[in-house]
Design a protein around this ligand. Sequence first.
Ligand SMILES: NC(=O)c1ccc[n+]([C@@H]2O[C@H](COP(=O)([O-])OP(=O)(O)OC[C@H]3O[C@@H](n4cnc5c(N)ncnc54)[C@H](OP(=O)(O)O)[C@@H]3O)[C@@H](O)[C@H]2O)c1
Length: 239
Amino acid sequence: MQNLKGKKVVVIGGTSGIGLAVVNAAAQMGAIVFAAGRSQKNIDKARTSCSYSVEFRTADTHDVDSLVKLFEEVGEIDHLVSAATGAERTIAPFMQQSAEQFSAAFEKFWGYTHVVRNGEPYVKENGSITLISGTPARKYKSGSSSLSCTGGAVEAFVKALAIEIAPKRINAVSPGLIDTAMWDGFGDNKQQQLADMTANIPLGRAGLPEEVANGVIFAMTTNYATGTTIDVEGGMLIS
Ligand SMILES: NC(=O)c1ccc[n+]([C@@H]2O[C@H](COP(=O)([O-])OP(=O)(O)OC[C@H]3O[C@@H](n4cnc5c(N)ncnc54)[C@H](OP(=O)(O)O)[C@@H]3O)[C@@H](O)[C@H]2O)c1
């Protein structure tokens, strides 16, 4: 297992939720961490909540110039992570979605491809890239086709890329339902909704971003893991 002490870690989408938990975990392990997101508001909130020394930057997975600027500034990278949401998803049966609604979900995937295309040249030969997919990639439910197809694309992408970029490594981490700002749209009802949505999975609760960050740290530091997906989902896949 690699030690993260002194390693340079870049987390796109590192200002909230799973990405921010990865930022904290890597910083706690002694890494030099750059965390990026689009909004100054999230950067300010993350900076306030963060008890480690972290470099926060503005970058958007859909704005290639902002990614190029970030990677030029950072230089050589040991571990690159993209945990950006980067898309508007419509939860509805495929036949009730417009073509625009369905394809909008893929903006997350296109964003990840921009991160990899522009960031991979900076990743060291013994370094890694980790992308976040999601349980719907392999757990199918009515209304979730756009999530399933986007997550499936992310997981297929890491397998295809693992062959092309070796000895650099690339993996996916696939979270189940995790209590993050992604669900803030539920408003005051958020905790009840998350509890209801996870009541029937083996662990019977939503996950914590820190629990998914463990999976990302495993992907970063396990030198023999590439082209694989690490599931952190409370047993959702077998429920
Ligand atoms: N939470 C879950 O239940 C769950 C389940 C399965 C999969 N996932 C996946 O896990 C990943 C992280 O989600 P999360 O739950 O941690 O969400 P979150 O708490 O909302 O965090 C999303 C992060 O991504 C940043 N971001 C969004 N769009 C971006 C873009 N275009 N470019 C750069 N940064 C961007 C956000 O900051 P700004 O908005 O300021 O840019 C924020 O830092 C996502 O890929 C999500 O699809 C989450």
